[in-house]
Each structure stands twice: as C-alpha cells, then as structure tokens.
Design a protein around this ligand. Structure first.
Ligand code: ADP
Ligand code: MG
Length: 700
C-alpha cells in the first residue's frame, strides 16, 4: 500500500535500524523525531563532482569548488587575540591553503587526512593562492556523481550519516501515495511524489534534483493554499453573519460631506465591501492600495455602515502611534456627524469615536469599557489592547485591521471573536507583493485600489549622497518655504526605541534652528509628546503656522497636509523600502510639484533600496523589489500556522509555483469543499493543522 505522509509522521526515527540511542538524541536536537521529519530534512545543496576544479588550475579571483584531503592543520592567535586556523589541502594536482578566522573548531573538524569539499573565492596571500573562510562540506567516503549535503549542526550528525539514514527510510517507505491527479501533474510538468522524494535525496543529475525540488515545493505551497482556501470557504459557510443596514443615512451623509468625489477605484471598493456587508456571511476581505490611494475613506464607510444599523465599529492598528494617528484622522473626517438617540431632546447625539491604547489611563479605560458595553461608543480605535478580555462590545458589527504585516490569523480570529461574527476588513499600509498576499492573506477576498485620486503629481526623488547635495536639498526646502509651501524633515530611526528617536528629533531641531534653517519657523513632532502637544503641533503645521516640521516616523501614517511639498529623510539607509515609500507619501498630495530627498546611503542593501526609491513611485513595484531584497521572512513577518511547512518553497524564487498552487487549490476546493474526492490531500491537511483548525476546515 502506498505511503501517506501522515503514516510517516507517526513512525519514530528509532524504528530505523541505523538509529540507536545516541543518534536518536542527535537527531532530536536537530528537530528530527519522526521519519517524516527525516525525509523532509532536505539537502542544503549538492556537490556535483563533475564540476570540481583542479587546484593546479585555479586562478586568482575564481569562485571554485575543490575536493581535497587535508594535509596539515595549524592554529595561531593574532595580536588582538583572534584565532586563525590554517589548513593546507591537496587534491593530487596541487596544494591550496584555506584560512579560517575566529573558528577555532575548524582545527578539530579538519584534522589531517580528512577529505572535504571547499567552496570559495581564490585570492592571493603572501604570494600563495588561498581561500578565506570557504564553505566546507565533509563528504565522507560517499560515492556517486552528485552528493547531497544536509544541514547539520556542529554537534549533530555528519551529512553522510544523515544521507544513509534517509536512504534506509526511503527504501523501507516504498512508494508514496500520490495526492495529485495525473492531469495536474502533466499540465504543471511535475514529477510524481515517490520519484520526487527519492530524487531530492539521491539525484542522478542536477536537473533531477531541481525537478524533485520543484515538485516538493509545489506540494508545500499547495497544502498551505488548500488550508487557506478551505478556511475561506468555511468562514463563508458560517451563515450567521450580520446583514447590515445598507440604506441608512450615515454613510450617505459622510460621502456628501467629503470635499472630493470618490475615485472609480474607491467606488468599486465600496461596492464590493457593501455587497459583503449586506450579505448573510461575515466579510473577510483584504483592502490593498498604494500610499495615498484613499483607503481611509473606504474603511470609514464600512465602519459607518455598522453604526447606521445600530452596531459598533472597531479599528485596530499595530502601534500606539498609528492608533493615535488614525484616531485623529478619523475624528476629523467624522466631525459634525450625528447618530439617532431618542433619549436626547433633538433625537440625536454626536457620533462617538474613542481611542484605546496602553497609554489610556485607568479611569478613562473604565469609562470606555462601560461605553463599549452600553453601546454609547460607536467607533473605537486602538492597538491590540482591544483584544484584552475586559473589552466587551454591545454589538460589534465591523472590524478594520490596519496590519502593516504585523498581526496574524490568530489575532484576526481573536478580534472577530469579540462580536458574533462581525465583518472584517484588513488593510495593509503599503502594498505587499501578490504572491506574498496569496500566502499570508490567502483566506481573504481581495479588493485593490489601483488608482490614485486625480491631481497628484509624482514626487521627484533625489538621493543626496554628500554634503554638497545635501546643501542643495536644504536650498530646495528654503525655496519652497519662500514660495509659501512647507516641508518635513524626518530624523534617523535609532534602534526601535521611540524615546531615543524623540531625543534625536529634538537635537536635529536644535541643530537646524541654530544653523541652516535659522530664519524659518520650525516645529517638532515625535511619539513621546503628550497627545495634546502632538495635536497642537499638527494643527499648527496644517494651518501653515509652521514652515518645517521636524519629526520622527510618527508622521508615517495619517499625516495629511497637501501644502507640504518637500520631504527630507535623514539617514535614509536605516529605513526599509515600505517605510520610505510610506514617508514619501506624505508629500505629493496636492497639485504642486513635490520633492523627496534621501540622505545617506551607506549600509547593507542601502544602495539597492535607495536606487529603487529614485527609480519608481509605484508601491506595487517597490513591494516586489522589497521581496527580492529582503526575502520572505521579512515580508511575511509573524510566522503563521503552516508557514513552518515551507521548507523548500520560497516566495522569491517560486512566484509561479505560488500562483499555480493557488489555482489548483481553488479548483480542487471549488468542486469538493471537504476534499472527499481527494482523500490523500485531506489526510495531508489534517496532518498539517491542529485538531481545532481541522474541525473548522472539514465541517460541512
Ligand atoms: P492611504 O490609502 O495611504 O491611507 P489616505 O486614506 O490617507 O490614503 O488618503 C490620502 C489623501 O487623499 C487624504 O488626504 C484623503 O483625504 C485624500 N483622498 C482620498 N480619496 C480622495 C479622492 N477620491 N479625491 C481626492 N482626494 C482624496
Ligand atoms: Mg492611510
């Protein structure tokens, strides 16, 4: 009978003949306890012996791989007490020296007589060819053209010991159950499961290894997509969502009062959201849009839809500062709006929007909690403080989560749990790549604002690489102020401490005031200021009483002054692309030409980041660059259930596979929501998720 992965997940590695007590312990330390763990402990890379170079032929500057035997090992200490291990290796054609800095254990690893593969760049030292800190793989006495190299820990098992255990496991496992129908394999050019497992561990050619990797990476992505698509369907099946009141007056009055007409994209988004809100199933939707595309008015309309039907709305932001910004912004948008209240003389009262963060004082908090329970608070904006147990709602109807990739599925579920199936809208501050959205938000419907409001001129971005160019930037600031415009100066992000950032902003303000901007009216804004001061600083800037606002990243979101036309970002290399893009989005909000100056630029990856910022103002494009540069770990943020299943698949390398897996998952679940026709897949999903999740996904 063909093997199910769940079966292999049940068999402990100690069942293998090659695993005794000692090896079992070493394996456990590497996280390998079950046979499935062992089989999915994939080679880190392969050594292709046909690609080996002869030492004699190496030239300075070559990147090369040589297989050689250690002849001599020496270890010495430098004057500043660093250890240098020097290893002389020989491959029959010549000698090469390999030098390792600060890795004293190499002397033990590479004892004389050891055969190993050395991979590195050839350079010249004191007239001899050498490699500095090459990658070393101990080969053992293995034969074969292509040798898999397994991730190993220093104390753990050698790569060849792992290889022989894997071989035993593969042999005894026999054939694997094939979860995919033959036509899918054919269409996507995937090898079958059994072959893939064998070839990834014991390839005959490199093409074999790549094909195997592709198949198994696809399987990882498919499992994840299946779980997400099933989750989406399960949420939709819950028929106890709220049917919101769509023809109330509040949303209409809100739209009438806006000083602009909605863009077509906003109108479309409103319609998609309205259809969800009117329907019997709880909404579960992601709203994506570039900086400045006007997500706020879209999400506020959703919140007001709840309120006009007598429900409450909640908006959750990832940090206190962002929550405060949203609170300020939303309150300004909703000033003068009223809701019916038969208890008052006029039959109505002002709409109430409150803020809840860790900074909210105990007495305010008590009042707010009571207001939420009684239903007197219509909208609440806050941080994850909203998730605490003593926050109870009278009738929570719509939840908006402003994510910045910081919350996970669990938190979304926690907030949903505060009401009886409220509608949920998730927003990201800047776009995230399509493939990343599929992985992180694959259980949500997607709405994209693919249009900016009219009348914006793209911001001109300049990378100021030295004092002269910085002086030009300050000239531009002065010229714009002379023309009646305003500017922002964003100060270096020092670690992740708001306190230190606040100090550096204050110092920068003093420096500018004493020097280059002495005759201008300067203001200060940072996260540590009491909210009253913050509001005053913003009001003064908005009113034009301040020419230049020196600020920390608190201005990242929600600050909206169309008359500001210059943004100077100091030490720009310390910011990520998404953050730079978000900051730049504070200018270019009116019809006037705007500038963004990026100072600095030394640091890991800074060159690419800043060049990308200069090249494009398209947030979707920048999101792709960000993914290229930082990899999925940074983009995905909080690890989510199932992501640990991604051992081979990579967002960066496997964009096509992500999309293909998505398509297959949608079509499989579309015809067969409980995977009754696909028992092998069903079994794999159950193995991957916990029992509670499985019950949710498979109940029909
Ligand atoms: P983001 O999507 O970055 O959150 P905001 O919601 O902050 O964007 O909106 C950016 C700016 O554009 C705000 O000043 C907002 O008032 C304005 N805005 C939003 N929609 C429109 C529109 N349809 N026409 C003109 N301005 C708009
Ligand atoms: Mg916004």
């Amino acid at each position: 009978m063909a093997r199910l992965l769940s079966g292999l997940a049940d068999v402990p590695v100690t069942k293998l003949h090659g695993v005794g007590e000692k090896k079992a312990k070493a394996l456990a330390e590497m996280g390998i306890e079950r046979v499935l763990d062992l089989l999915t402990h994939y080679p880190r890379r392969y050594v292709d012996r046909t690609q080996q170079a002869e030492i004699r032929e190496l030239r300075i500057g070559d990147e090369a791989m040589v297989m050689a035997t250690v002849k001599k090992v020496g270890s010495r200490r430098t004057r500043n007490r660093r250890t240098i291990v020097e290893v002389d290796v020989f491959d029959g054609s010549g000698y090469l020296r390999c030098t390792f800095f600060n890795q004293p254990w190499r002397a033990r690893q590479l004892a004389a007589g050891t055969e190993a593969v050395f991979f590195g760049k050839v350079d010249m030292y004191k007239g001899r060819r050498q490699m500095s800190s090459p990658v070393v793989d101990l080969v053992g006495d293995r034969t074969g053209r292509i040798v898999p190299m397994y991730p190993q820990s220093e104390k753990g098992l050698h790569t060849w010991e792992l290889a022989s255990l894997v071989e035993e496991a593969l042999e005894r496992a026999g054939d694997f159950a094939e979860p995919l129908p033959a036509p899918v394999l054919r269409d996507l050019d995937l090898m079958d499961r059994t072959r893939a497992f064998r070839r990834i561990h014991c390839p005959e050619t490199m093409a074999d290894a790549y094909g195997a990797r592709k198949r198994l990476a696809f399987d990882e992505l498919l499992r994840l997509q299946l779980a997400l698509v099933m989750r989406k369907r399960a949420v939709e099946r819950e028929a106890k969502g709220i049917r919101h009141v769509m023809d109330g007056e509040l949303v209409a009055r809100f739209h009438d009062k806006l000083p602009f007409a909605l863009t077509d994209a906003q109108r479309r988004a409103n319609e998609e959201i309205a259809a969800d809100l009117a329907g019997p199933h709880p909404m579960h939707r992601l709203l994506q849009g570039d900086v400045g595309s006007g997500k706020t008015v879209v999400c506020v309309a959703a919140l007001l839809t709840a309120v006009q039907g007598g429900h409450q709305g909640a908006l959750m932001a990832p940090t206190e500062v962002l929550a405060e910004q949203h609170h300020m912004g939303v309150r300004a948008l909703l000033a003068d709006l009223t809701v019916p209240d038969p208890a008052t003389l006029l039959g109505e009262r002002p709409l109430r929007v409150d803020l809840l963060t860790n900074r909210t004082t105990a007495s305010e908090r008590t009042k707010l909690h009571a207001g939420l329970r009684a239903g007197d608070v219509d909208l609440v904006i806050g941080t994850h403080a909203l998730l605490t147990e003593d926050v109870e709602f009278h009738r929570l109807g719509v939840v908006v989560i402003d994510e910045q990739h910081r919350f996970g599925v669990e938190q979304r579920a926690a907030l949903r749990g505060k009401g009886s199936d409220p509608d949920v809208l998730v927003m990201t501050a800047t776009p995230i790549p399509r493939t990343a959205a599929m992985l992180v938000y694959g259980d949500l419907d997607l709405t994209v604002l693919d249009e900016l409001p009219p009348g914006r001129t793209p911001v001109r971005t300049v990378w100021s690489r030295g004092p002269l160019e910085e002086a030009e930037a300050w000239e531009r600031v002065r010229a714009e102020v002379a023309g009646g415009r305003q500017a922002y100066v964003v100060c270096p992000l020092v670690e992740d401490s708001e306190r230190i950032q606040a100090r550096s902003a204050t110092e920068e303000l003093e420096r500018l005031r004493a020097g280059i901007l002495a005759d201008l009216r300067l203001g200060l804004l940072h996260g540590q200021m009491p909210s009253g001061d913050k509001e005053r600083a913003m009001t003064a800037f908005r009113a034009g009483d301040v020419d230049v606002l020196v600020a920390t990243t608190v201005i990242e979101v929600g600050v909206d002054v169309p008359n500001a036309t210059v943004m100077v970002i100091e030490d720009a290399e310390r910011f990520g692309i998404a953050q730079l893009h978000q900051l730049r989005g504070r200018v270019g909000r009116g019809a006037a030409e705007s500038w963004c100056f990026l100072f600095g630029g030394l640091g890991p990856g800074a060159e690419e980041r800043l060049a990308a910022m200069v090249r494009t103002t398209d947030g979707f494009e920048l999101a792709e660059v960000d993914l290229e540069l930082r990899g999925e770990g940074a983009i995905l943020g909080t690890r989510q259930k199932g992501q640990s299943d991604l051992k081979l698949a990579s967002l960066r390398r496997d964009k096509d596979l992500v999309r293909q897996a998505r398509d297959v998952a949608v079509s499989v679940v579309g015809d067969d929501p409980a995977l009754e026709q696909h028992p092998v897949l069903a079994d794999e999903i159950r193995t991957m998720v916990d029992d509670e999740e499985a019950e949710f996904l498979f109940k029909s």
